[in-house]
Design a protein around this ligand. Structure first.
Ligand code: AMP
Ligand code: ZN
Length: 477
């Protein structure tokens, strides 16, 4: 398996610290509002990374935090006149609902920054003792960036270039910083803000120290994969590396993975630009599976433009896969010969090459676009090599193959859930079956007008009926 490492700027063979185990940390959202679909991109992608690693036999310890103390949360709380915690708890709950709709599995652990303050303070104390951090007169504690010789190694920035860039800017706290590049580890309380006692002053942690501490506490000083969106490379991840490595004296993460942006009109989707759709907005029109499919249809390091057109095309493509799965499950429900014929054994082996193509795409830095192409090849193969004359064993073999691959992508196609690929106006499988039963009864009573009406209504909703020797068969058009 090869993973593109932002640190070295090239794909590298994946060797975890412990054989068959992966420790992975992904920076989670700041919870002050509903998440937008840009935030959903890393959630969906890293969930897919986790699923694939598990498919490849790794035990994955996956930690992703919620940033639940932050200026934006405090501002939202002040505007609503409620405690900050009420805002963060509300949006953590909402975020979890969105994750579920997108079939993003809960991480092994979702720690919250506010519950990890003691650990952050002890990490800052270590940094002060080692000379990597210093408190200023007002109790703010700064990290001394220049004390870490490798500062800039992730973002490939040179300290002196950064320094001259900073000179032109107005730097926060400039009067008390030793160097404009120094960043905040702890800051004093302001009126009405949540605060915790510390050796320096009552206050709260800076953002970067959160992740260093939560990663250390739950995954250890050295981890395998650290991820997030590419806007986190500098300064967030650069600062995390400086803090963690100065504290432990060890290399923090082996592989740094960053997803490119989800854009709208070629601009990064973001709350501050106001050019965003929340996941909730999109779920009103599309099933979460369609959004997930859309996100995975591009390689994670390529920018992805969100548009109605692309969502429609994702919906159509996903329907093709769902259709194939539904046809298989329909065929499996009928009377079939049990055992595979010799010919079928060969065909099933042949179909194995699509799994191989899928695996080699995913092994190549999680190329989900090519992996999806392999799934379509399998779908095409099934559509032309499975029918009512196939044996149960063979059909089951194909179904298992299709499901294993789509599960890695987090797409649910199993009977009952397949309606998940439908939009809000779509009919569930149970509703379709009920209408078909009503049509059969109408035909028996020679009420052909009603029977035709049901067929026409179903067709309008994209459901095609086919009368076969074994009864009525349906599929989504
Ligand atoms: P935030 O809540 O801004 O800290 O973001 C949470 C996660 O979403 C981080 O990993 C960000 O890098 C990522 N993110 C934010 N906006 C976008 C976007 N437009 N495209 C892709 N990832 C994004
Ligand atoms: Zn982080």
């Amino acid at each position: 398996m090869r993973i593109y490492n932002t640190m070295t700027g090239r794909p590298e063979e994946f060797h975890p610290i412990e054989e068959k185990k992966v420790r992975m940390y992904v920076c989670g959202p700041t919870v002050y509002n509903l998440i937008h679909i840009g935030n959903a991109r890393p959630m969906i992608f890293f969930d897919t990374v986790r699923r694939y690693l598990e498919y490849r036999g790794f035990a994955v310890n996956y930690v992703s935090n919620f940033t639940d103390v932050d200026d934006k949360i405090i501002k939202a709380a002040q505007e609503e006149g409620v405690p900050a915690e009420e805002i963060s708890e509300r949006y953590i709950a909402e975020c979890k609902k969105d994750m579920e709709a997108l079939n993003v599995l809960p991480a092994t652990l979702h720690p919250k920054a506010t519950e990890e303050i003691d650990g952050m303070i002890s990490m800052i104390e270590t940094l002060v003792q080692k000379g990597h951090a210093y408190p200023a007169m007002d109790g703010t504690v700064y990290f001394r960036s220049r004390s870490f010789k490798e500062y800039g190694k992730l973002s490939h920035k040179n300290l002196d270039d950064l320094r001259s860039g900073e000179r032109a800017l107005k730097v926060d706290g400039a009067e008390q910083k030793e160097d404009p590049l120094d960043f905040v580890l702890w800051k004093p309380k302001k009126e009405g803000e949540p605060a915790w006692p510390s050796p320096w002053c009552e206050g709260r942690p800076g953002w970067h120290i959160e992740c260093s501490e939560m990663s250390r506490k739950y995954l250890g000083e050295e981890i395998d994969i650290h991820g997030g969106g590419e806007d986190l490379v500098f300064p967030h991840h650069e600062n995390e590396i400086a803090q963690s490595e100065c504290c432990s004296g060890k290399a923090f993460a082996r592989y740094w993975m960053h997803n490119a942006f989800l854009n709208i009109n070629n601009k990064k989707m973001s709350k501050s630009l106001g050019n965003f759709f929340t996941v909730r907005d999109v779920l009103e029109k599309y099933d979460g599976q369609v959004l997930r499919f859309f996100m995975l249809s591009a390689h994670y390091r390529s920018p992805l433009n969100f548009s109605e057109e692309l969502m429609e095309s994702a919906k159509t493509s996903l329907h093709r896969i769902v259709n194939c799965a539904e046809n298989l499950s329909y065929l499996l429900k009928g009377e079939r010969t049990e055992d595979m014929t010799e010919e079928e054994t060969k065909l099933l082996q042949e179909a194995g090459r699509f799994t191989e193509a899928f695996v080699s795409a995913m092994d190549d830095d999680f190329n989900t676009a090519d992996a999806i192409a392999a799934v379509f090849e399998l779908v095409r193969f099934i559509n032309s090599h499975a029918d009512e004359s196939s044996s149960a064993e063979y059909l089951q073999g194909l179904e298992d193959m299709l499901h294993r691959l789509t599960e890695v992508l987090g797409l649910t196609l199993s009977a009952g859930e397949s309606g998940g690929a439908e939009d809000a106006q779509g009919l569930s499988e149970a509703e379709i079956e009920a209408l078909i039963a009503e049509r059969t009864a109408a035909k028996k009573e020679k009420n052909f007008a009603r029977a035709d009406e049901i067929r026409a209504n179903l067709l309008e909703k994209g459901i095609v009926l086919e009368d076969t020797r074994e009864g009525v068969r349906w599929k989504r058009a």
